[in-house]
Design a protein around this ligand. Sequence first.
Ligand code: SAJ
Length: 412
Amino acid sequence: HQVAVVGLGYIGLPTAAVLASYGWSVCGVDVSPRVVETVNSGGVHIEERDLDRLVHEAVEAERLVASTAMPQAHFYMIAVPTPLASGNQPDISFVEAAARSIAPNLSRGACVIVESTSPIGTTERVGEIIGELRPDLTMPVFGSERGGDIALAYCPERVLPGQIVTELVSNDRVIGGVSVACAEKAASLYRSFVKGDCLVTNARVAETVKLVENSFRDVNIAFANELSMVADAVEIDVWDVIRLANRHPRVNILQPGPGVGGHCIAVDPWFLVAAAPQQTKLIRSAREVNDYKAHHTGSRIRAMMAASPEAKVALLGLAFKPNIDDFRESPALEIAAELARDEGDRLLIVEPYTDELPRDFIGTGAELLELDEALKAADVVAVLVDHDAFKHLDLAALAGKMVYDTRGMLKR
Ligand code: SAJ
């Protein structure tokens, strides 16, 4: 194979399929036999726009196969999870395991690229692991011009869930080599399918860039969330404040919500904090503000429920952001599940992206309803996710009800 993509998750599978669609012969590697089987049958195990078609075509054309065994390849792309362990410390054990399984298959001239969001220094750590297992190969030296017997680089994914297939091709890419030659080698792969610019730098800078992008967004969302809590305290409308402040030519405030979810923005800032704990007061506070916003939202809904003890409560949305069926690390789900624990029989949940309530709600009495039915039956309404499917709701149906709109959807 020309390219082996290690980890067939939200990033690896779309990347493998896109590479195949640009003519590369690709082997996708995953530890899960179920995932491998699904892909080899031309199917997908994750929901993402256009992905099923792309995978089906690639498998049909015999340009993509999946396997649990590591093949020999010219390029290896590592796209495995890097979760947060206890104490908010990054866990790179899956990347290390991938490096160990790639090492025996490497021949001179091969290129290993890490795509997983990683703490600073991870790419060099991959080099150390490979170097220990393959004393016959010389590793590139950080900061030097020339490569070693193999090339090592870091190229973070930056795609937005829901738009992965298009953004894989259209986004600019940052490609950090352990040495200059490594970056050029890795860039040759990306330039074959990326329509955006491929910007070359060193591995440590590229690792930091990825963490900084998501921390930037987290800090900016925290500012909006903090404003929303100030507005609640002084009883003004935060949406008016933001709309009017944003008419200043150099102000651009993001949108508050029920907290920050997903597996990236709520996690990656901790990788920066772990790298320099004393220097990251702002980034840490932003994380705390965004986590606190979920708690604040829950308290506001509880206060409305207490004011009307017999009332049913409609909760709109469980996903971590609009128009997506992904509930992992979702503040909306967390808030709803927490309310369901003692007030479940009062909850009417509306979530067009599921046919049944997630496990957290089993036995709580909470019901999954269509929007119209829930609005009819509820006296308290909380908007947690601004799915497009909610945007046309009949405002007259809200007359006389207590409403808490965490996304400013009704205002818009
Ligand atoms: N959110 C707000 N207010 C806003 C914008 C977002 O509350 O104004 C919330 C969302 O509701 C959601 C969370 O933030 O709960 C994160 O959503 P998102 O759309 O900002 O980002 P993700 O997690 O889907 O994807 C991010 C993207 N990073 C940036 O925009 C800097 C994406 O490009 C990355 O590839 C991805 O993280 C990743 O994998 O790292």
